[in-house]
Every structure is written in C-alpha cells, then in structure tokens.
Design a protein around this ligand. Structure first.
Ligand code: C5P
Length: 320
C-alpha cells in the first residue's frame, strides 16, 4: 500500500513577535496562510522496494537506515531536494518516530519526499514534510485518527507543524501552535520570490532580540491587527496588501541586506504589498490576479532581484 499527501508552504500575513520565554521560544501572534507551493510525502509499507523511477538519481538522498529492518527508509527528491539530510535530524523522521510511539508500533515505512518548497526559506517546508508524514502514516497504518489527535504530536515537533497539518488561513498564538481558522473571502494571488541561500530561523530571532536589546525596547504582547482579519474576510486585497506585517523583517534584512532590493523591486513592479516571509529570506508579494502575478514575477527575475519568482495562490490545504 502507498499513500501520498501534498502539503503546502506557509507564509505569514502578519507575524508579531513578543518577549522571549523561559523555554527559549518567543510568544507570538501570527496569521498563517497556506500557498500553492507543495512538498509531496509518499509513504509505503514496501520497505524493500527500489527508489521511484521518476526521480533523477542525483537528487536522491541516502537511505536513513535499512540495517535493522524496523526503521523508516527516507529518500528525498524534487527541485529542492539536493543537499537535504535524510537522517535522524530530518523532521520527517522525527514525525514518523513520534507517531509510531503514540500508536505503540514500530516506525516501519518507506518514505519519499518530493521537495517543491525551498529549504531554510521561511516557508515552513520542513514542517510541511513532518505534517505530511503524520497525515500519510496515519492512513498507511490504518490509524485513521482525527487531525485533532495528531495536533499534540505535531506541536512537539515544531512551532509551524500544527498549521501545516490543517493549512488554509489561521491565527496562531503561543509559539504559533494554538490555531484558530480565519475565513478568507476570495483566493489571493501571490508571487513567492526565493533566494539562493537560506537563513537560519534561530539566527533571525536572535538578531531581533539583539536589535530590541540595543534599543532597550520592551517587547509588547503580540497582537494581530483586527482590520487585517476583517479585510481577509471581505477579500479586500488592497487593504490586505497595506496591512502585511512581519516583526522579523528588520532582523532578516540586517542579516541579508540584499532583501531590501527584492522588496523594492516587487513594490516597483506594482505589488499591492510585500514582506519577508517568516524568518526569510523568501519575500512574498500580494498581487491582483494570476496575470498580475506573472507580470510581477517576470519583473523580479528581469531585475535580478531574486533567485526565482513563482506565482502561487492561497489559501491552500493539504490533500491526499
Ligand atoms: O519550533 P521551531 O523548531 O520551528 O523553531 C525554530 C527556532 O526558532 C527555535 O529554536 C527558536 O530559536 C525560534 N523560535 C522562537 N519563537 C517561536 C518559534 C521559533 O524563538 N515562537
């Protein structure tokens, strides 16, 4: 038996970062939004089978373990698959282990991840892989647990994994793991402008702490502008564009100053709003329509303002 799940990337329409907590995480309030850029996780119980034939060999990662016979086998392919660790540090391996433990069984499965989401990009691609693994193994192993039962497992894996399980658009509070769905009045069109080299999320948070410390700034309790939620419900794209906000943006720009050029180029190309996505370095631009997205993407590439620019839509949800 084989099960495939496509899980979307996330962007943050607003990311408000509060104080650093004792557990090393920051209190935050965010609006997550899934967009149509996907990783696909395929799991099967044919542990001995060969790699899928559609994957070019240079994009295949090593097997994690096949000595014991009871561990998961992981391969990674796709446009962003090269160079990614297919070992125990991979969040998908941690997800399969966590689900197996909760279900009281061995984590035996063959796992392949087709990476369409750039890595270390502020798009929660690793979280998408973990969520996809939970959703796919839930079915492969015949558990058929409701998502509500997977959420506590997802929470322990990472701050963005619970949202990746459900997708759509949602306010996240706490570490971002307590979710409340947000209605959105129409499909939104975006351009995702990817960078060549990733940024480390902990580094960006640390940079924000340093900036705030240098300014002797108290971090206020993080709150999302209620008018953003109203504009989303109405599908009022101009207002949404003006209200996009990211407290991590300044820190990401300090670590990667060239992103200021990316943001300028997107705005000059007529985007309704543009921000760094999460901890970056990906920048996202809200646009009017699919045609507008193609124009803005072409302008960004022509200006040399990013490594690649892709039109996407949101909200997007995981699908089998
Ligand atoms: O939860 P996740 O593994 O995605 O977090 C990665 C890192 O990002 C954390 O180790 C922490 O440094 C930072 N982080 C944070 N506050 C959050 C979420 C992430 O400081 N709410």
């Amino acid at each position: 038996m084989q099960v495939s799940v496509r899980v979307p990337a996330k962007i943050n329409l607003a990311l408000r970062v509060g104080p650093l907590r004792d557990d090393g995480f920051h209190e935050l309030t965010t609006v997550f939004h899934g967009v149509s850029l996907y990783d696909e996780v395929t799991v099967s119980d044919e542990v001995g089978s060969d790699q899928p034939s559609d994957q070019p060999p240079d994009h295949l990662s090593r097997r994690f373990t096949d000595e014991g016979g009871d561990g998961p086998l992981l391969t990674i392919g796709g446009p962003h698959g090269s160079g990614l660790a297919a070992d125990a540090s991979n969040l998908a391996i941690r997800a399969i282990d966590a689900l197996a433990k909760a279900a009281g069984r061995t984590p035996r499965a063959r796992l392949h991840i087709h990476k369409g989401i750039p890595v270390s990009a502020g798009l929660a691609g690793g979280s998408a892989d973990a969520a996809g693994t939970l959703l796919a193994c839930n079915q492969l192993w015949g558990l058929d647990w409701p998502v509500a039962r997977l959420l506590p497992i997802a929470q322990k894996l990472g701050s963005d994994v619970p949202f990746a399980l459900v997708g759509g658009t949602a306010v996240g509070v706490g570490r971002g793991e307590q979710l409340d769905p947000v209605p959105v009045g129409r499909d939104l069109h975006w351009v995702v402008a990817a960078a060549d080299e990733g940024l480390s999320t902990p580094d960006v948070y640390r940079q924000l702490d340093a900036l705030r410390a240098a300014r002797e700034m108290e971090s206020a309790d993080p709150a999302v502008d209620a008018s953003l939620l109203t504009a989303l419900e109405r599908g009022d794209v101009r207002t949404i564009g003006g209200l996009l906000a990211n407290d991590l943006q300044e820190a990401a720009l300090e670590l990667r100053p060239v992103l200021a050029d990316t943001l300028r180029a997107g705005n000059a190309a007529g985007a309704l709003g543009g921000i760094v996505s999460g901890s970056g370095p990906t920048c996202v631009f809200l646009v009017e329509s699919a045609a507008h997205a193609r124009d803005v993407a072409a302008a960004l590439v022509a200006a040399g303002a990013c490594a690649s620019a892709e039109p996407v839509t949101g909200p997007a949800v995981p699908s089998f």
